[in-house]
Design a protein around this ligand. Structure first.
Ligand SMILES: [Zn+2]
Length: 495
């Protein structure tokens, strides 16, 4: 259809801009020297401006509107492409351009202020910016829709189909079943011989082990790259270009191993998406939550299992004989699954992690749904830490100022982290019913795991919605009971 070709031509142009901006951002995070940024931001803003104008152009809006009237002439995938384009368009088209420009300036500035405030442990320094960001977000939602439940709009932006109602059920289950369990586990922890966790490991050798893991997980080097960056991340433009980063810290061997496996999980997902989606808007993973389910599946269910290290511990020991020769496999397994109270989300273990997210969810909900007084936030944060984890931060950098997200306007994002782990658990039990998971991991047959996930999840890219994927894979709607069951089974055996 001629009209659809016109639609594809505009999309292709958008993709071209998108690729340039995306490669620039990969470069910013891995290679670019720090003095290049002012000129670079200036020049890149021209490309972003062009890209924005194209995305809201009358021609493009007209094409989409007409296609929506002629949907019966399109095949199933074409329909999905049009609907997705319409949804993206609706998110931006009603917001006045000046509002956009002001907002991106505010965000750029806020992130710098946040960094300083965090360094100075000074919430009051960040508060006026936080207030402006929240006001801007609320205003944007008003431009987009007349919905009263503003937080639901934000939740849906990051995880289509998720609402406060569904998240409340999820977090209520965590509060009811997991919080008491975590408290019991924390009471049982005792001093173990685990100095090997924080001893020094040569970073070049750590890199060698991460490269070994890339082979173990069948990462395709011809369609990707590994680099270093301060915060590990995965980057992709389509299934033929999927890169990721890790960082190597001498006294934190586990950081490079598990952040490495985590990012490999994201990367495998992207590499296994059917190439027919490469040049469409249905490329890339289905959602934040589904993406995180894959990274956490590989990191925790595979990487932190006993079976995995039955297959790979000898290799690690051969690289670090001095540090590990006297450490048994069992000690090592306990070390990588050590539970501890901690203030900082990104350092939290698998068991206490969802409680960190619970706190952020409840506070975001108060901000957007109840209109909490921003002066109160640090105290509310600390009280919730006390309530759920029994520790109380003494400085804001250990509390409310620790994460970058809010300074970047990303409200509604945090819950997807916990949701991803919960999806992963539900998928995990389905997989175990279908294939001999333990034996495959023990035999170092990760390929069979990859194939299973490719067939059930990865190949579809974002042509299916997150809750639809979960239903198709597991035969059930999302149910947090699997996540609680998984954590209880694993940690009652350990503690
Ligand atoms: Zn991740």
């Amino acid at each position: 259809m001629e009209l659809f070709n016109q639609f594809k031509a505009i999309q292709k142009k958008q993709k071209a801009y998108g690729m340039v901006l995306s490669i620039a951002s990969w470069d910013s995070n891995t290679e670019a020297p720090k003095e290049c940024f002012p000129h670079r931001a200036d020049l890149l803003s021209i490309i972003s401006g062009e890209s924005f104008s194209l995305a809201v152009s009358e021609e493009y809006q007209g094409v989409i509107a007409e296609l929506l009237n002629r949907m019966d002439e399109l095949d199933e995938l074409q329909k999905k492409e049009v609907l997705k384009a319409k949804k993206s368009l609706d998110k931006i088209v009603k917001i006045p351009k000046q509002e956009y420009v002001d907002y991106s300036k505010l965000i750029n500035l806020s992130q710098r202020v946040w960094e300083e405030a965090k360094e100075n442990d000074d919430y009051d320094q960040f508060k006026p910016y936080l207030k402006k960001i929240i006001e801007a977000k609320k205003k944007q939602i008003e431009f987009r829709s007349d919905r009263e439940d503003k937080y639901n709009v934000l939740l849906d932006d990051f995880e289509e189909g998720m609402t406060m109602e569904l998240y409340d059920q999820f977090f209520d289950a965590i509060k009811k079943d997991l919080v008491p369990f975590v408290k019991e586990v924390l009471k049982k922890k005792k001093d173990e011989e685990d100095a090997f966790i924080t001893t020094a490991y040569d970073t070049k050798k750590q890199k060698a082990f991460v490269e070994y893991l890339m082979d173990v997980f069948h990462y395709d080097y011809n369609r990707g790259r590994l680099k270093e960056s301060v915060h590990p991340f995965t980057w992709n433009t389509h299934s033929k270009d999927v890169r990721f980063t890790v960082r190597y810290l001498e006294n934190l061997l586990f950081s490079s191993i598990f952040a490495g496996i985590h990012e490999l999980g994201h990367a495998l997902y992207e590499q296994q998406i059917d190439e027919k989606f490469d040049m469409t808007n249905l490329n890339g993973g289905a959602s934040m939550g589904i993406h995180e389910s894959q990274s956490r599946f590989y990191e925790n269910m595979v990487g932190r299992s006993r079976m995995f290290w039955e297959a790979h511990y000898d290799k690690l020991k051969s690289i670090f004989p001095e540090q590990l020769n006297k450490v048994s496999l069992e000690q090592f397994y306990r070390g990588i699954n050590k539970v501890d109270e901690s203030f900082i989300r990104v350092e939290a273990d698998e068991l206490t992690y969802p409680l960190h997210i619970l706190i952020r969810y409840e506070i975001e909900r108060m901000i957007f749904d109840e209109g909490v007084d921003l002066d109160e936030l640090p105290a509310i944060w600390n009280a919730k830490m006390k309530q759920y984890l029994n520790i109380e931060p003494t400085k804001d950098s250990d509390g409310i100022l620790q994460d970058v997200h809010w300074s970047a306007g990303m409200f509604g994002y945090f819950p997807t982290y916990a949701l991803g782990s919960a999806y992963a658990a539900q998928i995990y039990y389905t997989m175990r019913d279908d294939i001999d998971f333990d034996a495959l991991i023990r035999e170092n047959n990760i390929k069979a795991i990859n194939v299973w996930l490719e067939e059930k999840i990865h190949q579809f890219g974002s042509s299916k919605k997150p809750l639809e994927i979960l239903k198709d894979v597991t035969g059930e709607a999302f149910d947090p009971k699997y996540y609680i069951r998984y954590l209880k089974e694993k940690y009652s055996e350990l503690y």
